[in-house]
Every structure is written in structure tokens, then in C-alpha cells.
Write a protein that binds this ligand. Structure first.
Ligand code: AHR
Length: 500
């Protein structure tokens, strides 16, 4: 098989935020997974786990979305500020009906972003909140000078405003966020976004509009139409991003199956569904190209990943699942798609960062494991801030059972500071593959770094208190002969090379 890369044909700038994360008040995602409180015996900084921060820093988390998800539309931010013992408790009706004590709130989230060195993406409450509540949250976070909200922030110990890059008006408003029809949401979006003020003109807050959760673009058309209908093809700064959500439910919502004990058929079904991301993106790109040819509005895939049955014995509302090579390949193939659509896709957030769905980290008491998905983020971080260049695979054979055939190999390439990063995945469950890399006559002078992620047992996972079985290793399977690069890819593997 031949992978042709044209380094002179730029596809788009890969916004680092494509490699973003999402963390919701859901199960053990925030509490235990990230926040253990200052009095915990687990080493922490201001209540935030040191092991988790250290691991996340290694993968260069660019942006973090919080507090939900469905939770966002029931979250009242004022309950999560001020002295902890006085904070109002609530019931997390979406996720397990557990009591939320609000000990992790705005200050704690902004501290987490500070420790990670990442941008903050806050998801506002449209479903049960008012425009005033939303507007005051932005004022509390970013307001300068003296105002009721800035004084309250100072009283709570934070003198200076924070920098918040992104703010969303609701979440899945067609579903858990209020079961709204597109036209109703569109009007509410226009209304609420008006009161998301920018206090620092050098850092205007970017406004995020809820987009669809399927490949049907009716919703997208309706919200775009509503936001520019009277504005003469000008969005007047109403909208900077439109979201997309896409999960892989291997055999449908009612038959997700085990995270680790999947059949061979489910392997292919899962990857086929992951690759469907490209169709969803393309359909939305086409609508955006029509309404917004100047590309002022970007796509933000702020929830994506595999969604399986919860691990046995865990709370069904906590969405805790293990992670194998299937997840690694869902991640690598998805990220290749994001890279290739980086002209329009400017942000994406995996669901979710720790202990929920396709996590990069799992914790159990004081212990933590890095999942196969973690290692994909580590390998792909070199694409962040690079220019995606055109790549094409000739004779990309189909793999898998008739109805669920997928291309065997996924790849993408980018260039930054004269170094090319190439990521190539073999999606076959059983067969190895030889790939020759054609750089259009250019020679490869040196391979600066080469890594591989694979596992003999495709269903293996990293478990607590055991040796890591699925981990990034040095990749010795490439050949460099007279400047020509070739790759021997084992079945179900991902490789990353940095070449000059
Ligand atoms: O990520 C879990 C949930 O999935 C989110 O809360 C919601 O937005 C989506 O349906």
C-alpha cells in the first residue's frame, strides 16, 4: 500500500484545540478523578490530584470543557462559589442521582486550567438558567473594574479576572438540554449570546452555539439561518463555533456491549461508526460553506468517543468503562479526520478526560492508569499547531465483514518547523500491512522519532496495580533506504514518526 504525502499542499492549520478534553460532573470524572479535596491523603495541589495533572501535562491538554454535558443545563454556578461549607448541595439528576456538594466550582475549575496550562471552555446553562445568570457568570469570570460580580469574585479570593476563551449557550438543547426544536433554540441562542459580554477587548470570549448530534443537518441550517437572517450575510459576532457530537455505540444505543470483551464483528462496527465522523463533518461543512464562505464560524466536536456498557459492579449512571486498542484506533482514526478537516474543525473535546467513557486516565483510590487512548494523545500531540498537508492512500483495501467494511489504513501528516509528523494506523484486526511513504520525490533524511502503540491481545487493557500492557514503545518497524521510507504495520497498531 502506498501513502502519498504532498508537503506543499496545505490542508489547514491544526488548531491545538482539536486535541481538547471534556470533563463533566458525572460519576467519578471530577470527584476522585481530578478533585480529591485539600485534606485528602492523595497528593494534591489545592485539592487537585498531582498524579493526574502530571500525566495530563505530558499530553499537552490545550483546552478543557466544563461543567457538562447534560449537567451544564442544571448547573447554577453561584452554588459553587464562596466558602465550601456554605455551598448549596444539589442532586445530580442526570448522572446517578447522587448528591453534588459543589465543592468543585468556578475557582477550582480555573485553578485546574491554570495547573494544566490550558484554555478554559465553559458551558453555560440555557436549559434551566436565565440570561442574567449566564451573563453574570461571564462578568464574574472575566469582568474588570468594579461591578457587583467582580467585587464578589474578589471577596472570594480572586482579585484579577480570569481569561476564558470559550463559552457555550447550552448543551444538546435538542435533547437533555431542554428538548427544544431548532427554531426555538435558535431564537434563545440569539437572545442569550447578546449578554455574553467581552470585558477585555484583547481577549474576546468566543461564543459557541449548540449544533447537531446526528448527520441530519436540519438543525445546523436552522440555527445558521436564524443567526444571520436579518444581518445580510453577516453574523455580527453572534457565533464563533458550532458544536457537533458523535459517539460510537458499537451495536446501537441499546446494545453497546462490553468495553473489553467485544466480538470481531463489533471491532469493525465500532471503527466504521468512528469513521462516520467524516460524513457528519462533511455535511456540516457544506452547510457552513454556504452560509459562511468567509469561514468565520468553526466546528467544535466537543463530545466524541466510544460509549460502552459500564464495568461490572459500577454505578450505571457513572459511565465508567475500560479502554483497549479498539479505543486507541477510534481515537487515531478520528484525529486523522480532524486533522484533514482542520480548515473548519478548530476544536474537539474527547468524552471524557478521567473515569468517564473513553477516558485518557482512570483512577482507583490513590492509583491511576494511563489508557491506550492516553498514548494516542501523546503520539498525536506533535500535530498540534502544525499545518496539515495533503495525504492519500492508494489501494486502501477494505477490511471486515461485508456490511461493516472499512479502509484498512488511516493516516494524516503535518509540518511544523520543517519537521513532518506522520501518523498511520492499521485498522485490521488480524492482518499486518506494509506501507511505502511517497513524498513526491523528496527524500527522508532522518527519522527523528518513531513510536508505536499496539498489543498482542487486542482486548488487553491497562489495569490497576499491574504492569502496563498497552503502552507506547519505540518503533523499529520502519525502513529507510536511499531516502525512501517504508512502514511495517502490525495488525491493530498506530505508529507516529517525526521525519526531516
Ligand atoms: O458525555 C456524556 C453525555 O453525553 C453528556 O452529558 C451529554 O452531552 C451527552 O449526551
Amino acid at each position: 500500500m502506498k501513502l502519498t504525502i504532498d508537503k506543499n499542499k496545505a490542508v489547514g492549520y491544526i488548531n491545538p484545540d482539536i486535541y481538547g478534553h471534556f470533563s463533566e460532573h458525572l460519576g467519578r470524572g471530577i470527584y476522585e478523578g481530578i478533585y480529591v479535596g485539600e485534606d485528602s491523603e492523595i497528593p494534591n495541589t489545592d485539592g487537585i490530584r498531582n498524579d493526574v495533572v502530571e500525566a495530563l501535562k505530558e499530553i499537552d491538554v490545550p483546552v478543557l470543557r466544563w461543567p457538562g454535558g447534560c449537567f451544564a443545563d442544571e448547573y447554577h454556578w453561584m452554588d459553587g462559589i464562596g466558602p465550601k461549607e456554605k455551598r448549596k448541595k444539589m442532586v445530580n439528576t442526570n448522572w446517578g442521582g447522587v448528591t453534588e456538594d459543589n465543592s468543585f466550582g468556578t475557582h477550582e475549575f480555573m485553578r485546574l486550567c491554570e495547573l494544566l496550562g490550558c484554555k478554559a471552555y465553559i458551558n453555560g446553562n440555557l436549559g434551566t438558567g436565565t440570561p442574567r445568570e449566564m451573563s453574570e457568570w461571564v462578568e464574574y469570570l472575566t469582568g474588570t473594574g468594579s461591578s457587583p460580580m467582580t467585587e464578589l469574585r474578589k471577596q472570594n479570593g480572586h482579585e484579577e479576572p480570569w481569561k476564558v476563551d470559550y463559552f457555550a449557550v447550552g448543551n444538546e438543547s435538542w435533547g437533555c438540554g431542554g428538548n427544544m426544536r431548532a427554531s426555538y433554540y435558535a431564537d434563545l441562542y440569539r437572545h442569550y449570546q447578546t449578554f455574553l459580554r467581552t470585558y477585555d477587548s484583547k481577549n474576546p470570549i468566543k461564543k459557541i452555539c449548540v449544533g447537531p448530534g446526528t448527520s441530519d443537518v436540519k438543525w445546523t441550517k436552522t440555527v445558521l439561518e436564524a443567526c444571520y437572517e436579518d444581518a445580510n450575510r453577516d453574523f455580527h459576532g453572534f457565533m464563533d463555533y458550532l458544536t457537533l457530537h458523535h459517539y460510537v455505540f458499537p451495536d446501537g444505543w441499546n446494545c453497546k456491549g462490553s468495553a473489553t470483551e467485544y466480538s470481531d464483528e463489533l471491532w469493525y462496527k465500532s471503527l466504521k461508526k468512528a469513521l462516520f465522523m467524516e460524513t457528519i463533518i462533511k455535511k456540516n461543512e457544506a452547510v457552513l460553506d454556504d452560509y459562511d464562505p468567509e469561514e468565520k464560524i468553526a466546528l467544535c466536536v466537543d463530545e466524541w468517543g466510544g460509549w460502552y456498557d459500564v464495568e461490572e459492579g459500577t454505578n450505571p449512571g457513572f459511565l465508567y468503562q475500560q479502554n483497549t486498542m479498539r479505543d486507541a484506533l477510534i481515537a487515531s482514526a478520528t484525529m486523522d479526520i480532524f486533522n484533514k478537516h482542520s480548515k473548519r474543525v478548530k476544536m474537539a473535546c474527547i468524552a471524557q478526560m478521567v473515569n468517564v467513557l473513553q477516558s485518557v486516565l482512570l483512577t482507583q483510590g490513590p492509583d491511576m492508569v494511563k489508557t491506550p487512548t492516553y498514548y494516542i494523545f501523546k503520539m498525536y500531540k506533535h500535530h498540534q499547531g502544525a499545518t496539515c498537508v495533503d495525504s492519500y492512500i492508494a489501494n486502501n483495501e477494505s477490511e471486515g465483514p461485508a456490511e461493516w467494511q472499512i479502509p484498512k489504513v488511516s493516516a494524516s501528516a503535518s509540518v511544523k518547523d520543517d519537521i513532518m509528523t506522520v501518523t498511520v494506523s492499521n485498522l485490521s484486526l488480524t492482518d499486518a500491512e506494509e506501507v511505502t511513504v511517497d513524498l513526491g520525490g523528496d527524500k527522508v533524511n532522518a527519522v527523528l522519532e518513531a513510536k508505536i502503540l499496539t498489543a498482542e491481545n487486542v482486548r488487553a487493557f491497562n489495569d490497576f496495580n499491574k504492569e502496563e500492557t498497552v503502552t507506547e514503545k519505540e518503533y523499529a518497524g520502519y525502513g529507510l533506504d536511499g531516502g525512501k521510507l517504508s512502514l511495517a504495520l502490525p495488525a491493530h497498531s498506530v505508529v507516529m514518526l517525526r521525519i526531516k
